[in-house]
Design a binder for this molecule. Structure first.
Ligand SMILES: *Cc1c(COP(=O)(O)O)cnc(C)c1O
Length: 400
């Protein structure tokens, strides 16, 4: 079947919530993807931050194959070997005490919200259910997650949503403080906003949130589903702010490509929130998925990927500086580590750039605010950044 017919037929059966790029990917190798015509693409999207160590890593795929031959699924009514492995590793890497594994990022957010509400319920009784979230945040597509997502067009068609979500301005501590009242139970924020514009929190903001939570008996929920696990040059980005969340959500890179997420809590939260019967999941953290998680965490740690990110970030940012300098319609860049956004003038819809880049064999992402968003695999080397610069320059030249 030719590509056009394939896409037409697929669209006949798929609910139209994505405007997909007209590419049919077949396989990946390292930091490259190949489509069904055999065309090669340099990947600066990593499946939206998932493929931290690239495609078809033998150590990883061998682990998955071996687990398939043992056992895929048990339900959470029983223990299995990968459960201990993965739980122990993620707690150690994050510095949190206890974990619950989910099937996606949004589900990790749901668990975090339920945990915060239960904690407040146990401590203060009914009524403490309000959660302060940030404008331009993104926390996922389920009803609870959408309720705390700070972009109106994601929320509006689905009202009424979860009660008690209030919004404040990211990086504006006063606007958060103003929303706190006797009904508030938690504050939720990303450390580096992803979909909402690749904006890192300031040190004052994150440390200020920690203090606001401590002073008012609130829980701080940090969503590092996108920016966690080495992407910003540390295991979790919050480390660089010298604070700790009460509840952490993580996903994307966690499984190296299998669908998985997790929420983690401190002992203090664990002892005063969810109890048997309060939460669960049929699949959440099944043996297949956790074998993948366990190996992914080993690879991220043993290959020192966060150090690699830290080392190459100035080189990456240097390229973005050059592009900013060269093109009048590029207004600068922002981000942290291997999570960067290039700000494009509103006169050039970023989708056009992404399409041309794809034609030129380069996969890029976009973000709110007409940004090109770069989420390369963490294993990207200097030569890959050079190739990206070359390819993107050719594309941007065509807009000059
Ligand atoms: C992707 C993302 C989510 C949602 O994760 P899904 O796996 O798509 O449900 C939540 N928060 C952040 C910060 C994300 O980047």
């Amino acid at each position: 079947m030719n590509k056009t017919d394939f896409i037409k037929k697929a669209d006949e059966h798929l609910i139209h919530v994505y405007n997909r790029f007209p590419v049919i990917f077949e396989r990946g190798e390292g930091v490259y993807l190949y489509d069904t015509d055999g065309k090669k693409y340099l990947d600066f999207g990593s499946g939206i931050g998932v493929m931290a160590f690239g495609y078809n890593d033998k150590e990883y795929t061998d682990t998955l194959k071996a687990q398939i031959d043992k056992i895929l699924h048990t339900s959470n009514l029983f223990y299995h070997e990968p459960l201990l492995d993965a739980a122990e590793k993620i707690c150690k890497i994050s510095g949190m005490d206890k974990v619950f594994f989910t099937n996606s990022g949004a589900e990790a957010i749901e668990g975090a919200l339920k945990t915060a509400k239960k904690y407040a319920y146990k401590k203060h009784g009914k009524g403490n259910y309000e959660i302060i979230a940030m404008n331009h945040s993104f926390h996922g597509r389920t009803v609870g997650a959408v309720s705390v997502t700070g972009t109106e067009h994601y929320r509006e068609p689905f009202y009424p949503l979860m009660d008690g979500a209030e919004f404040a301005t990211f990086n504006d501590l006063d606007s958060v403080a103003k929303q706190i009242d006797k009904n508030t139970c938690a504050i939720i924020t990303e450390t580096v906003q992803g979909e909402g514009g690749v904006t890192p929190a300031t040190k004052e903001f994150m440390q200020g949130l920690r203090k606001l939570c401590d002073d008012n008996g609130l829980l701080l929920i940090i969503d590092e589903i996108q920016c966690g696990l080495g992407r910003t040059g540390s295991n979790y980005a919050f480390e660089q702010y010298r604070i700790k969340p009460d509840i952490l959500t993580t996903a994307k890179a966690l499984g190296g490509g299998v669908p998985v997420g997790a929420f983690l809590v401190t002992n203090e939260v664990a002892e005063n929130s969810l109890e048997p019967g309060d939460h669960g999941s049929t699949y959440g953290g099944n043996p297949f998925v956790l074998a993948a998680v366990s190996k992914s965490l080993d690879i991220i740690q043993n290959r020192h990927l966060s150090d690699h990110v830290k080392e190459l970030t100035p080189y990456f940012e240097g390229i973005l500086d050059k592009l900013t300098e060269k093109y009048p319609f590029v207004h600068g860049h922002r981000g942290l580590g291997f999570m960067q956004g290039l700000i494009i003038d509103e006169s050039i819809p970023v989708g056009q750039i992404l399409n041309k880049a794809l034609n030129n064999g380069l996969v890029l992402l976009s973000a709110e605010g007409n940004l090109i968003r770069f989420l390369p695999p963490l294993v990207m080397e200097k030569s890959g950044f050079d190739e990206m610069e070359r390819k993107l320059t050719e594309v941007l030249d065509s807009f000059s």
